[in-house]
Design a protein around this ligand. Structure first.
Ligand code: ZN
Length: 271
């Protein structure tokens, strides 16, 4: 079976080496993982998730009486934090997720990216474009996600202007013209069904709590109460880990219908 996330990781290494604008990226601090998403459903092909965003300022939710406008109850004070992910002792700064099978079935045809490439460009270039796009979100200043202001650390599709897409297409063309070994990107030519028949199946790194993965969470903090007469609701207890390690990385076998865990724990390598 083909290990799709590992293949993307190897390709990313070569892209970073050959692309001066991405050469600052240390891929030991990046984990590539798979999420499930059908090809015929709307949604992202891939996402860059930042784990280095600072804690939020303390805040709380509140409820008001509709007629009087008076505060009736509020949540505990809380801050929003990123979970910690450590692989082999290295603190992971970014996660890049690929949505399978949707990512594999992506093509330049009928895509808004098509206009950025020549008319005879092969459809699979859309996938290389997505990989470079997600790498380009890694911020050289380590302050989060380039050109993204969403507070949960994910990539907002409305947050990049046309220049972002043009930069990405330029890097894709530059990479292909750099004499890269086609053996590193040939797997992108196949769609999901062609990959499945060629390799007998597709596996990918996922997190133990699949379909979940490390995401921002709320942590209660002690703050003086301004109004002791307002009822305070406790936050829901955490259901997801706040620390993940290599033991939380599980290989799953992806099909058109879903993903199931492999009986044996797979090898993991950071991107
Ligand atoms: Zn983006």
């Amino acid at each position: 079976m083909i290990n799709y996330t590992e293949r993307i990781g190897l390709l990313m290494h070569d892209i970073v080496v050959r692309t001066p604008r991405l050469s600052f990226i240390d891929l030991r601090e990046v984990v590539v993982f798979g999420r499930f998403g059908r090809s015929d459903a709307e949604g992202a092909f891939a996402t860059c998730h930042c784990l280095t965003l600072p804690e939020s300022e303390p805040g709380y939710y509140f409820w008001r009486d509709r007629s009087t406008g008076q505060l009736t109850r509020r949540s505990e004070w809380f801050i929003t934090k990123s979970p910690e992910v450590r692989v082999g002792g290295t603190r992971i700064k970014y996660l890049v997720s690929f949505v399978l099978p949707r990512f594999c079935d992506q093509s330049l045809e009928r895509s808004r990216k098509a206009g950025l490439y020549s008319g005879d460009a092969p459809g699979w270039l859309a996938k290389l474009d997505t990989i470079v796009h997600e790498l380009y979100h890694i911020d050289p200043d380590e302050s989060g996600i380039r050109r993204v202001s969403r507070s949960d650390g994910t990539d907002s599709p409305r947050s990049h202007g046309p220049l972002f897409y043009e930069d990405v297409a330029e890097m894709v063309r530059g990479y292909l013209d750099s004499g890269a070994d086609p053996a590193l990107y040939d797997f992108l030519r196949d769609d999901f069904s062609a990959l499945t028949s060629r390799h007998g199946g597709i596996v990918a790194t996922t997190f133990r709590n699949f379909p979940s993965f490390p995401q921002r969470y709320m942590e209660a903090v002690d703050m003086p109460s301004a109004d002791p007469f307002v009822r305070v609701e406790r936050l829901k207890p955490l259901t997801q880990p706040v620390l993940y390690t290599e033991d939380d990385l599980h290989m799953r076998h992806f099909t058109e219908a879903g993903a199931r865990r492999l009986p044996r724990k797979g090898q993991h390598r950071a991107a």
